[in-house]
Design a binder for this molecule. Structure first.
Ligand code: GRF
Length: 190
């Protein structure tokens, strides 16, 4: 069985969808939820799906403690689901092409510093975009600039509020993230 570590810091709805998706998968399992926020919603999903939780402090992350734990747990791939910290370069090189992220807009637009949560949807609407969506991409050294694996779009209707847009984007995330992660991992088996 290949082992995925899901990293999450927040509500964890996507972490929950990933756990649900892989629960009966014959080749890949979510073997760990890693979080810098042990009281986040993602830990509740981990409990529901019997996924062990590893919570760490930011200093451990930077000191490669997290990396050692992932190695000890024989983790094969990392899937970020609302994880709010920058991934250290040591982890990126160890898991080259094996760290995936989900972004709530169509990169390369609306990415980078400060572009998270409702900020993204507000910016999309303020700029007068006619469409938004989600981007599933690999994580490299530069925030939101790793190779794009898949994008899915949603129209931005006239007078749509950022909250309404967020809801539509969230639907795409839940529908496609687990499926695309699976397809990617299956076709890039080592
Ligand atoms: C999602 O919108 C995702 O695109 C972004 O963080 C959010 C996480 O939401 N990276 P949730 O915690 O999974 O509900």
């Amino acid at each position: 069985m290949n082992r995925i570590a899901v990293f999450a810091s927040g509500t964890g709805s996507n972490a929950g969808k990933l756990m649900e998706h892989f629960v009966h998968h014959p080749q890949w399992s979510v073997a760990l939820l890693a979080t810098n926020n042990p009281s986040c919603g993602a830990t509740q999903f981990a409990e529901d799906f019997g996924v062990p939780v590893y919570s760490f402090i930011v200093e451990d992350f930077e000191a490669d403690e997290v990396l050692h734990r992932l190695q000890k747990e024989q983790i094969d791939a990392i899937v970020l689901a609302g994880f709010m910290r920058k991934i250290p370069s040591s982890l990126i090189s160890l898991y080259k092409d094996r760290i995936l992220n989900l972004h709530p807009a169509l990169l390369p637009k609306f990415g980078g510093k400060g572009m998270f949560g409702m900020n993204v949807h507000r910016a999309v609407i303020e700029t007068g975009e006619t469409e938004s969506g989600i981007t599933i991409h690999l994580v490299n050294e530069v925030y939101d600039e790793g190779e794009i694996i898949a994008q899915f779009k949603v129209p931005v209707k006239e007078d749509m509020s950022p909250e309404e847009l967020a809801k539509e984007v969230r639907k795409l995330e839940h529908k496609y993230y687990p499926q695309i992660v699976e397809e990617y991992l299956m076709s890039h088996a080592r």
